[in-house]
Design a protein around this ligand. Structure first.
Ligand code: SF4
Ligand code: SF3
Length: 518
């Protein structure tokens, strides 16, 4: 096996014997086979109009390869066979030789990997939009274009152009997802969410899929089973069409890497709608249900919806069997706070644009930070907590994705009625942050790079890769990135990103803040 797609990769270079995430060599090799088969499918479909079924299969099979999604060799093999069968509908072009995926010139491997990993991220966004009936032919077509490109030779310049074109396409894909979410569930509204859990049966829903949550809310209504979000599902509380359910009670736990501790002895059932699943401990494995692209050997799986809704009855029965806590039980975030604010997506922030612009003009707001991205297990990730704690009182911290659990229970005060820390949503909502940055630039008649705005990203998996490529494609400069530089950036590629875009590895919060605010 060889895999270096995520931040926790072995020795910072690559997992070769076993994934640090728990992915086995068999699963890893199967995933490589899947990439090879997908390239074969894309080659066969060149110049032919593809069906919706094929488009959906391409998104799903790329999503399956994202870190902490699928740990089941049989399941990945099922996807390989599906792709091979689908290919025959279009032709029989040669598959890519998967052994060649990670070999060859270091810089070419780096550029090829960056595109592949970015596409895995975009596939997740396309998958979620598709579930809500939204898709874009251009985005769908780009998956095939990108797959064909992965199997071809290109100069470094050509690879960089492909990466920038991909970044633009991912912006489009994120826009469709934003449109899908807001047209289905309404615009997120500022919402306070408790970290406490009420007595009685409950289900914890984690991952990013809002439709799964919505269907589960409908199926548990009036049944005496409460629903709690976990991790990336927290922003669901802000959508009018989801918050209207009175049994959507609160948020349990923090970011994904704490699940082994947080799910141990939990008297509730747990639904994983997407990443990040960790290999479960035996003590709670029986309480876990996966669905959609998520799979783990031996865990119960809720089948995909055909026409109607998914059938969550076994999950609900499990929650009732477990019975929940006997008494209302208090929990806190990692800094001891028991209230989390969410719902500061583009509509809310832009709705307060006059206040924001006014506060900048009268000096009440001197700087904006976007501190966002994935969380993870490395001790160095305290950087993000410390960074936010050290931001000056006249600055605003926008945040998104699961990295926010490092600081989202801190009460950092307000400026002009707006909280200093504003949660814009999931990683899937990065589009919202980009829209706010663009609108601020318009209001101040300058470019995004001329705003008093600094992006401080934390990355872990491949959605962070596609978002980074989008930001670079938009020409956004001097982004701080941590906790480490991706292993798949060769030194040459990293040099290009540093020289061309000013991509900056994080150092210490104190030093970085001094530099940023100088
Ligand atoms: Fe290693 Fe990350 Fe790949 Fe898992 S996803 S095998 S931890 S690089
Ligand atoms: Fe988190 Fe896995 Fe990336 Fe959606 S849930 S941000 S790591």
């Amino acid at each position: 096996m060889f895999c270096f797609q995520c931040e926790q990769t072995a020795k910072g270079t690559g997992c070769t014997e076993m994934g640090v995430c728990g992915k086995t060599p068999e699963v890893s090799n199967k995933q490589d086979e899947l990439v090879a088969a997908l390239i074969g499918l894309a080659r066969s479909a060149k110049g032919i109009e593809t069906s919706k079924i094929t488009d959906k299969l391409v998104m799903d099979t790329l999503f399956v390869q994202v870190t902490n999604v699928d740990f089941d060799e049989k399941d990945v093999d099922k996807w390989v066979q599906k792709v091979k069968a689908e290919k025959l509908k279009y032709g029989n072009a040669e598959d890519f030789k998967w052994e060649e995926l990670w070999t060859g010139n270091e810089d070419i491997v780096s550029l090829r990997s960056t595109l592949l990993l970015g596409m895995r991220g975009m596939a997740a966004y396309a998958h979620h939009a598709y579930a809500l009936g939204k898709q874009d032919p251009e985005v769908n077509a780009w998956f095939y274009k990108g797959l064909v490109a992965l199997g071809e030779e290109h100069s470094v310049e050509e690879w960089l152009d492909l990466l920038m074109e991909f970044g633009q396409m991912n912006l489009k894909c994120m826009a469709i997802l934003d449109e899908a979410n807001t047209s289905t569930y309404g615009h997120p509204e500022p919402t306070e969410v408790t970290t406490n859990v009420e007595k009685g049966p409950f289900i914890v829903v984690t991952g990013h899929d809002l439709l799964d949550l919505k269907e589960l809310l409908e199926q548990t209504e009036g049944k005496g089973v409460n629903i709690y979000t976990h991790g990336e599902m927290l922003p669901a509380h802000a959508y009018p069409e989801l918050k209207k359910y009175s049994h959507l009670k609160g948020n349990y736990g923090t970011a994904w890497q704490n699940q082994k501790k947080e799910f141990e002895n939990l008297p509730g059932a747990i639904l994983f709608t997407t990443n990040c699943l960790m290999p479960p401990k035996d003590s709670y494995a029986d309480n876990i249900f996966t669905t959609s692209v998520v799979a783990y050997p031996g865990l119960k799986h809720v089948e995909d919806r055909a026409d109607g809704q998914k059938d969550f009855s076994a999950l609900i029965a499990k929650a009732i069997e477990l019975g929940g806590f006997k008494e209302d039980t208090k929990f806190t975030g990692i800094n001891g706070g028991d209230k989390l604010m969410t719902g500061f997506a583009r509509n809310t922030v832009l709705g307060a644009a006059d206040t924001v612009v006014g506060a900048v003009k009268n000096g009440a707001i001197k700087h904006f930070f976007l501190v966002g991205g994935c969380d993870g297990a490395k001790p160095g990730r305290n950087y993000y907590t410390d960074f936010v704690k050290q931001t000056p009182d006249d600055s605003i911290v926008l945040t998104l994705a699961c990295g926010k659990f490092r600081f989202n229970d801190i009460d950092a005060g307000e400026i002009g009625g707006l909280p200093r820390i504003m949660d814009m949503g999931q990683c899937n909502d990065a589009y919202s942050a980009i829209q706010v940055a663009v609108a601020l630039a318009e209001a101040f008649e300058c470019g995004v790079n001329d705003l008093p705005l600094t992006l401080v990203l934390s990355w872990y998996e491949q959605k962070a890769v596609c978002i980074l490529l989008t930001l670079l494609a938009l020409g956004i400069k001097n982004i701080y990135i941590g906790p480490s530089i991706p292993a798949f950036f060769s030194s040459t590629v990293l040099n290009v990103l540093v020289e061309k875009f000013g991509l900056t590895p994080i150092s210490t919060p104190g030093e970085d803040l001094k530099k940023i605010l100088a």
